[in-house]
Ligand binder design. Structure first.
Ligand code: PLP
Length: 502
């Protein structure tokens, strides 16, 4: 299987090249030239497999330049019982709201308690094997600018992975105390964490600058290293996400919740559009999905886009209690546009250029119609988010985080508007304990809030009886290893020193 760029269909590379490179030279994103189609017999065979077996099958159909042994090695190393707290890394919780079944696909049982682990636990293994095929013998240096969740998930994924080093930068006052402590206590011989004096954009700009400074790249090359990226447009992060939709469908059938062949809806709390796009890709492979319900918070640029066909990022930016969805440019949307425009690189390029220069583009009526046939967009604000957490907990004793609550709220709006009662999967993207403050306020609106975030975790546990995930429970007693703080313009020097090549 070969991969094109969304902005240049003539570009054709193998999976290992797409994963090593991250982004195409023309600035486009790598997409499979065609999607493998699964027939009834294939899906029936997957019913009998566990998560790892299903993952191996899906990976082998997309990574045709990897051997079966290489794929098995990646999957077995990533989705261990130890790391995901059970034999199924992505179990479904069957709960209900308003008397209606709610199938919640819990994607947060990994080491950092957010769904990014589903991809970032396997990406390092895919990447090291890809690099071996394309740039043999070099060590990969991963630089990450993070506003919280991605940095920790990347650190956990890359820690002690051979032939990799990872350096994470975060804005000194731009992450929660919990997130800061999660990163600063990170274990592993190949990791570094540094705060920068500035905001997330400063960190991001700093990283981009390092990537594109030739003298720094040369210095790395002299020392047998090269830069690589772990961000969410890398094909190696998207592919693992296709697996859990297929696996969840199999689980629904095996658990007797749907009959084999029945259609389902998926509901996804969306930021960069990677998670929901993975479900769309699963449907292109034959998974019977009826509707993709795209849930946003007050940063509702995607809701407007799905409803009007106009994407316009020139609007107020809200800081919400579902921060991983506080995004105005959803980068993975580019891959959907490419598909809906009939694999047109020219059309995709024109829209992406308009987005860059004017912050806005409008798709054709044809693309809009195709999109609206499959996608529903909705949003809710922080008040509605907390009300949803409260109702779900009161009605069925199920505790969800703020991002998941946005999805549940938008799902209710969808059902009210359309009357469509097709069985649905709600993607749950974080443990409620990761956002203890907002969740605690939601279940106990009149309670007194503890000052310290770790005390909030304990209080929430006391109130709800829901177990605290081990990685968060142990955190309080861990000693910080990292305390570096640097100016944004000192980042290049910091990187060279961290790699001992200054
Ligand atoms: C990253 C993230 C999202 C958004 O996912 P996308 O793939 O970027 O749309 C939603 N919820 C949580 C908790 C996240 O960490």
């Amino acid at each position: 299987m070969l991969y094109n760029s969304t902005q240049n269909a003539a570009e054709k590379v193998e999976a290992a090249q797409a994963i090593s490179q991250g982004i195409s030279k023309d600035g486009g994103l790598f997409v499979p030239q065609e999607f493998p189609k699964y027939d009834e017999a294939t899906f029936k065979a997957l019913l009998k497999e566990d998560y790892r077996g299903r993952a191996k099958k899906v990976f082998s159909d997309f990574l045709t330049d990897f051997t079966a042994d290489e794929i098995a090695d990646c999957v077995e190393k990533a989705y261990t019982e130890e790391k995901f707290g059970g034999s199924n890394p992505a179990p479904i919780a069957y709960t209900k709201l308003n008397g209606r079944p709610l199938n919640i696909l819990e994607l947060w049982h990994g080491p950092t308690c957010a769904f990014k682990d589903m991809a970032l636990q396997i990406l390092p293994h895919l990447l090291t094997k890809s690099l071996k095929k394309t740039y043999d013998g070099k060590d990969a240096v991963i630089l990450v600018a993070t506003s919280g969740d991605t940095g920790k998930a990347a650190l956990e994924g890359f820690k002690d992975v051979e032939h990799t080093k990872i350096i994470v930068f975060y804005p000194v006052n731009g992450v929660s105390p919990m997130q800061k402590h999660q990163m600063n206590t990170q274990e592993g011989a190949n990791v570094k964490v540094c705060a920068i004096k500035g905001n997330f954009d400063d960190a991001q700009t700093g990283v981009k600058k390092i990537f594109t400074t030739p003298e720094i790249s040369e210095k790395l090359a002299e020392n047998n290293m090269l830069f690589s990226s772990a961000n969410s447009i890398n094909w190696g992060r998207l592919l693992p996400q296709i697996v859990y939709y297929i696996s969840a469908y199999c689980d629904l059938v095996n658990d007797g919740k749907i009959a084999f062949g029945d259609k389902i809806n998926v509901v996804v709390p969306t930021g960069n559009f990677g998670n929901i796009l993975a479900s769309y890709y699963a449907s292109l492979m034959g998974l019977p999905i009826n509707k993709f319900i795209c849930a946003s918070n007050s940063n509702n640029v995607l809701t407007d886009f799905i409803n009007t066909g106009v994407y316009d990022k020139n609007r107020h930016f809200y800081t919400t209690m579902s921060p991983s969805m506080d995004i105005l440019v959803s980068s993975n949307l580019e891959r959907l546009l490419y598909k809906l425009s009939g694999d047109s690189d020219e059309t995709t390029r024109a829209w992406m250029n308009a987005l860059k220069t004017e912050g806005r583009y409008e798709v054709t009526d044809e693309v809009k119609a195709l999109m609206q046939e499959k996608f529903f967009g909705g949003f809710c604000d922080d008040g509605q988010t907390q009300a949803t957490i409260n109702r779900l907990f009161k009605e069925d004793n199920y505790l969800c985080d703020t991002h998941t609550a946005v999805a549940v709220n938008v799902y209710e709006q969808y059902v009210a508007k359309t009357g469509d009662t097709t069985p649905s999967i709600i993607a749950s993207t974080a443990s409620p304990y990761k956002f203890s403050r907002s969740v605690l306020e939601a279940v106990s609106p009149d309670g007194i809030l503890p000052v310290n975030e770790f005390d909030m975790v304990d209080k929430l546990n006391e109130l709800t009886g829901m177990p605290v995930p081990a990685p968060l429970a142990n955190l309080k007693d861990k000693k910080a290893r990292f305390s570096d703080v640097t100016e944004a313009n000192e980042m290049p020097a910091y990187v060279l020193k961290a790699l001992s090549i200054d």
